[in-house]
Design a binder for this molecule. Sequence first.
Ligand SMILES: [Fe+2]
Ligand SMILES: [Fe+2]
Length: 175
Amino acid sequence: MTPTELPATLPFGLSPLEEGLYRHLSEHVSSEADLLASYRELAEAPDTPEAARYLIRLIVEDEERHHRLFHEMTAALGNQWAPSSDAAPDLPSGPRSQALEEVTIRFLAAEREDQKQLRALRREMRPFRNTTLWTLLVELMEHDTAKHIHLLTFVRDHAARSNRVPPPPSSSPPT
Ligand SMILES: [Fe+2]
Ligand SMILES: [Fe+2]
């Protein structure tokens, strides 16, 4: 059994909704595992051209991550009865975190700047479009940057919103 395979039995105590979700996630994990194995085979096959091998390896990296994320979501569903260090964390409400909000705003600005630079770089690479993989690789980085912006926006909004629990009273006056 590989470390990312799931136990055959359902975790104890799931609600009907959680049980259905657990089954669907488990099915998805195993169908992705088959797809991942096929990608690895293609990436390693000696008659696959080198550029295709290189690109398929990028897909393999993504699929490995998808597989891990699905495993972590599934582990989170059973976490209450079978605690697992692999489980994706919950999203509890807590005090608003201004420090996290501020730092994510700075990272968002850096990612937007990166987005502009990548776009400019892609234009500069136009003459090499049909002879190299560079344009495609920069386009992929633009997709990644859009993903980073999506992630940071979520973190920022959550840090700003999580204010249902009031912060503990400060013992010293603010400076
Ligand atoms: Fe996937
Ligand atoms: Fe980034």
